[in-house]
Design a protein around this ligand. Structure first.
Ligand SMILES: [Zn+2]
Length: 335
């Protein structure tokens, strides 16, 4: 599995007490090294402003380019080097997409800054440009349909807004309901031509492994099966983990690895193994390292040590959400 990483990703910082810190990638890399899983590391070139214009407005690109030192929102700061490193994250996304496409095997983009809260003409929530949306749009030069599955605990409002009126990009998001950014209700299904191609699974607090498994079996896989994407992309945010300090879902490390495995299986079935992963959030460094190494390890048939494997969702707390969503999405899909 190709791992996409650039040393400059470690130079991006918000401020000294911010959870979206370089330590996140350091923890992942340390564990990948310990487990000898850093076998194929690719270093990206920066994306060009022309590339960015595939999904962002020139006004937004110029804003990030010229904002310099300043605060963009309560939690998102800009520094002199932010634009340059954000372009490298976008370049990493393009490389992950290309590598998975041409090599027909999974690629893991260990990117910073993250991207799924950035829309065509806005940013925020620790994001500046939308890495995974750029990768999806880039793949559409080669294929007709791509699907994005976003398992970050926060709704990927940027990704959703960019593609909500399109039928060539299926966007499926599992997220915690009632937290930042407040978007992604169960009854929002996309608009115009894109109606039915947005699938929101907003779970209540404490939902975890059992509900994710049920959602996968009853909603995500059946819809992917019918949509038949030619490439699969996943926004991997480790913040739905029970150890995460920012949110209150209870997915375990093994729960995460199992979701990634299921996606890889789907990719083998209908898109020749073309699947790429893009790091979003995840603020407990141990859990994040567990998750990413677990996923990469599976590719090499290597069991990695998993430290956080408790299952808390024994009552399948998300069942009601899943049933409600099935009723809504039955207008578009056989569920
Ligand atoms: Zn998040």
């Amino acid at each position: 599995m190709a791992i996409i990483f650039h040393p400059r990703y470690l130079d991006h910082y918000q401020n000294s007490y911010h959870p979206e810190s370089p330590e996140r990638l350091l923890a992942i890399n340390t564990k990948l090294d310990e487990e000898r899983l850093n076998r194929e590391v690719l270093t990206p070139e920066p994306a060009s402003e022309n590339d960015l214009e595939k999904i962002h407005t020139p006004t937004h690109i110029n804003f990030i380019k010229n904002v310099g030192e300043g605060r963009i929102d309560l939690d998102t700061v800009s520094h002199e080097e932010t634009f340059e490193i954000a372009l490298l994250a976008c370049g990493g996304a393009l490389l992950a997409a290309d590598n998975s496409f041409f090599e027909r095997k999974p690629a893991m983009g260990l990117l910073r800054p993250p991207g799924h809260h950035a829309g065509a003409d806005y940013c925020g929530g620790f994001c500046y440009f939308n890495n995974i949306a750029l990768a999806a749009q880039h793949l559409l030069d080669k294929v007709k349909r791509v699907a994005i599955v976003d398992i970050d605990v926060h709704h990927g409002n940027g990704t959703s807004d960019i593609f909500c009126k399109r039928k060539d990009v299926l966007y499926i998001s599992t997220h915690e309901w009632g937290i930042f950014p407040g978007t992604g209700p169960v009854n929002y299904v996309g608009e115009g031509e894109g109606e039915g191609y947005t699938v929101n699974i907003p779970f209540p607090s404490r939902t975890g492994d059992m509900s994710y498994t049920l959602a996968w079996e009853e909603i995500i896989e059946p819809i992917l099966d019918q949509f038949k994407p030619e490439a699969l992309l996943m926004s991997v945010g480790g913040d739905a983990h029970y150890m995460d300090p920012l949110a209150s879902l209870t997915l375990s490390s093994l729960g995460y690895v199992s979701l990634a495995e299921k996606l890889i299986r789907c990719a083998k079935r209908f898109c020749d193994g073309r699947v790429s992963f893009y790091l979003e959030g995840g603020y407990h460094t141990g859990a994040l390292a567990d998750i990413i190494c677990g996923i990469v390890g599976k590719f090499y048939d290597k069991e990695t040590p998993i430290f956080f494997s408790e299952v808390y969702d024994l009552d399948t707390l998300g069942r009601e959400t899943i049933n409600e969503l099935k009723e809504i999405q039955r207008r578009y899909w056989k569920l």
